[in-house]
Design a protein around this ligand. Sequence first.
Ligand SMILES: N[C@@H](CCC(=O)N[C@@H](CS)C(=O)NCC(=O)O)C(=O)O
Length: 247
Amino acid sequence: MAGYKLYYFDARAKGEKCRLALAAAKIDFEDVRFKVSLTGEESEEWAKEKASGRPPLGQMPFLVTPEGKILGQSGAIMKYICRKAGQSKLRELNFDNVYSSGLCPEDSFDETLADMIHDATDDLRNAVIKFFFEKDEAKKAGLEKEYNETTLPARLEKFEALLKSRDEGKGFFLGDKRMFIYLFLFCLRLTYADISFFDFFNGYIAGGQPTIPKELQKFPLLAEHYNRVLNVPEIKTWIAKRPASFF
Ligand SMILES: N[C@@H](CCC(=O)N[C@@H](CS)C(=O)NCC(=O)O)C(=O)O
C-alpha cells in the first residue's frame, strides 16, 4: 500500500504546516511538489491535476491517504495528521482518556483553543499574503504598514499572554497538563497549535531559516517557544533536509 502523499507547490507557504505535522508525527510521506510561478501563470502539471477533479476543492495543498482518501484545506490536513499521531499504543490499552502521545489535545476545550491559535495565525498568514501579492504600490505599502504597526504587535501580545497562561509559558501552548498518573509524569507537549504558530514565523517571516525572527524579540516567551519547537528533533531534522524554496 502506498503511503501518504502531500501535494503542494514547491514552496513552504500554505503547505508547510502539513509537512511539519507529518514530520513531527513521524509519518513517512511523499512530498509531491508542483512548479511554482511568481507571475501567477498556472503550470501545466497543476492545470492537468486540477482538471482531473482529484483535488477536492480544486486547490492545494491536498493529502492522499494510504487508503486513497483525499483531503483538502491546509488546517484540516494538519489537524487530521496530528489526530492520527495520537493513535498510539496507549490507546490500544484503553488509556484514551488519560494520555495520548499525539499532537492534538485530548480535552475538547483545549482542542478548540488549539483551533483558535491556529486560526489566529492563519489571520496573520492571510494578512502577509494580501500585501505580498498586492500590485498597486501605494496600497501594498499601506497594507504592509498596518500589518507591521498594528495587526502583528497586537496579535503577538495576545499570543504571549496565552502562552504564559499555561505553565508560565515554559512549555507549549496546550497539550497535557503537568500531572502524575501512577508513576508517570505527563507534561505539556507539542500540538498543532505550536506547529501552526512556529510555521508562520519560520516559513513566512524567517524565510525558512532556523533563526528566531526579529519580530519576536520583544516577546521573550514566544521567542523561547519558537526555539523549543525548532528543537523538537523531528522538526529540526525536517527543516535541515527540506528542499529550499523562495517562500
Ligand atoms: N484555505 C486554503 C487555501 C488554499 C489555496 O489558496 N491554495 C492555493 C495555493 S496557496 C492554490 O491552490 N492555488 C492554485 C489554484 O487555485 O489553482 C488552505 O489553507 O488550504
